[in-house]
Design a protein around this ligand. Structure first.
Ligand SMILES: O=c1ccn([C@@H]2O[C@H](COP(=O)(O)OP(=O)(O)O[C@H]3O[C@H](CO)[C@@H](O)[C@H](O)[C@H]3O)[C@@H](O)[C@H]2O)c(=O)[nH]1
Ligand SMILES: O=P(O)(O)OC[C@H]1O[C@](O)(CO)[C@@H](O)[C@@H]1O
Length: 563
């Protein structure tokens, strides 16, 4: 609004606000006391704040809701006390700077009182001005980045399991933090306003002016604290060692995954009408193995992961039926992404030789997870059908009609699994998610296995998030992962397509998925989420020769460092 040629040409809302302001100026005869310049340049803005501060004025932001409040930061940096809305960002700014008063923007009298208080109580005005100056460095870019990085580092420390780091992981952490620090310095240089100060800090508070080195020191201190707390595991060399439990020499201390340069993720679950796994799934796994292994160089640098809605026990049974060794896979992502296993890794195998889920992943996804809450709420939402037969509506009269029952065999500590007894009465994922969120329950929901199951897992877990986890934990770049999917799938199918990994869609293998239970009518269309054409997506047909599968995979690799 501060830049206009003609009020008539302004947008309706802006024109209304400005017209109201001008009328009020007229009504209360404020001519000569109010400045509303038609135009100003960015470079004029500091002068305006300075003028207000020089005349012992106050900056006021009475927004009904203020998402952040950059103007309040600017005012404080110029020694101008503030009166600001108590709704939104100004609450945090006030807590950090203590440079003024907060008001209810609906309360005209409170606004007038606060303004009058600040301009009439000289000591208060002066204290707010000094407090603003003293504390404004908290909002400089370097300080902001330091706080951010320190908090991220502290999050890592909250999760002791993350400290199973390998020596290589430590090197990566150093590197990435080093990059971040470099960014901090770059940003601070870019923000140099006068050209003679290295950062916004310098222009505001001379005492904290030259602190880039100090930032670097502080972040390094946090990092070294993390390292110091790390287990001996981080000091031990990564060596292959036989497993006590009889796993033999094929057992390794860390998953092979961390040495792979390509990961082929097979996410081709196909089920019959009853949700039982179909044999063709095994054939396609063999076809993919064959295709990759036919190229000796590719085979040497590649690993495989299986990503499935099935629990581990069932996954192992299916593999056994197809005479496929679990150790053919570097990772098994089971129960729709609620568990990750590493066949062949000694630390993820118990004394009897049974696979145990990755404890780091379990700790990571445990955030805000409450299976009790999920069970209570889902059963309330789903055990009723409406008079019109609309899914899940509560029927006021008559007995509740069950839509699902808990499937204990497919459940685990991070997955509540249900058998769907009547999929026509099941509520859509969109609707369930919204209702659960309104009740404060944060989770990921998906229908799977040909709409015969509903699986509820933690918010941080999913089949696609498990891939990001593998990247963070074991350093295998997501861009070098090739996710092989059917053209249909569970309701998490779309999540597995979008992202920076490569996707291969195999036609003719998964005849029916569960996607009909994903969206409510009127929801956003699939095209808004999944690109129909993308250089990261290739298509192949079920039953295609391994040479053709290999060609399709190699075609995709052009968009990475090369296969
Ligand atoms: O007439 C004007 C109005 C604003 N500004 C400048 O523009 C910037 C942003 O002003 P603001 O009115 O807060 O911008 P909005 O884009 O409307 O606000 C959004 O963006 C801000 C900056 O991120 C956040 O502080 C707010 O919370 C958020 O609502 C500030 O540097 C102001 O000094 C001008 O130069 N002239
Ligand atoms: O008073 P309202 O209608 O909440 O509008 C406040 C908005 O106006 C601004 O203060 C300036 O555009 C925004 O920062 C803020 O979101």
């Amino acid at each position: 609004m501060g830049n206009r040629d003609d009020i008539e040409e302004m947008s309706g809302g802006n024109a209304n606000v400005l017209t109201t302001v001008l009328k009020l100026i007229d009504k209360y005869d404020l001519y000569g006391q109010v400045a509303y310049p038609k135009h100003h340049k960015q470079s004029d803005v500091p002068e305006i704040y300075r003028l207000a501060a020089k005349t012992k004025g106050v900056f006021i932001n009475p927004a009904l809701v203020e998402p952040f409040g950059l103007t309040l930061i600017e005012a404080a940096a110029h020694g101008l006390p503030m009166v600001a809305t108590k709704n939104g960002g100004p609450v945090d700014i006030h807590r950090a700077l203590n440079n003024g008063l907060l008001v209810d923007p609906h309360d005209q009298q409170a606004i007038a009182d606060a303004l009058l208080k600040l301009v009439s109580e000289k000591n208060l005005w002066h204290d707010c001005r000094i407090n603003g100056w003293r504390n404004i460095h908290l909002y400089s870019w370097p300080e902001h980045c330091r706080t951010y990085l320190t908090r991220v580092a502290a999050c890592r420390m909250r999760h002791p399991q993350w400290q199973m780091d390998t020596p290589l992981d430590d090197a990566n952490a150093d590197e990435s933090l080093g990059d971040s620090l470099k960014d901090v310095q770059d940003i601070s240089l870019r923000l140099s306003v006068d050209g003679d100060k290295p950062s916004l800090n310098g222009s505001v508070d001379p005492e904290t002016g030259n602190d880039d080195l100090e930032i670097e020191d502080q972040v390094k201190r946090v990092l070294s604290k993390i390292k110091k707390n790390g287990p001996e595991a981080s000091l031990e060399a990564e060596t292959e060692k036989p497993n006590k439990s009889g796993g033999g020499a094929s057992m390794t201390k860390y998953p092979f995954l961390r040495r792979r340069r390509r990961l082929f993720v097979i996410a081709l679950d196909c089920y019959n009408e009853n949700g039982e796994p179909e044999k063709k799934m095994l054939q396609v796994i063999q076809d993919i193995f064959k295709a990759i292994r036919s190229d000796s160089q590719l085979s040497r640098i590649s690993g495989f992961a299986l990503s499935t809605a099935m629990p581990l026990s069932e996954t192992l049974d299916v593999l056994k039926n197809g005479r496929i060794q679990p150790t053919d896979f570097d990772a098994l992502i089971c129960s729709s992404g609620s568990e990750v296993y590493y066949p062949g890794m000694s630390q993820c195998t118990d004394l009897e030789g049974n696979l145990c889920p990755d404890p780091d992943y379990a700790t990571h996804i445990d955030y805000r997870w409450s299976d009790d809450g999920v069970k209570r709420t889902i059963s309330k939402l789903m055990h009723f059908s409406s008079p019109e037969g609309k899914a899940g509506e509560k029927q006021e009269s008559g007995p509740p009609i069950g839509v699902l029952e808990e499937d204990m065999e497919s459940s685990n500590v991070h997955c509540v699994s249900y058998l769907i007894k009547d999929s026509t009465k099941a509520r859509k994922v969109d609707e369930l998610r919204q209702k659960l969120r309104m009740r404060g329950i944060r989770c990921h929901l998906m229908y799977s296995r040909n709409s015969t199951r509903l699986q509820v897992i933690p918010l941080l877990a999913s089949r696609s998030q498990a891939l990001r986890y593998l990247f963070v934990r074991w350093g295998l770049n997501v861009a070098n992962m090739y996710v092989i999917l059917g053209e249909n799938g569970d309701t998490d199918h779309e999540e597995l397509i979008s992202g920076s990994h490569k996707t291969v869609i195999m036609k003719g293998i998964v005849e029916k998925g569960s996607e009909a239970l994903l969206r409510t009518s009127g929801s956003y269309p699939k095209d808004d989420i999944v690109p129909s054409e993308s250089p990261l997506i290739a298509h192949i047909d079920f039953g295609q020769r391994s040479e053709d599968i290999l060609t399709a995979l190699k075609g995709l690799s052009r968009y990475s460092s090369g296969m």
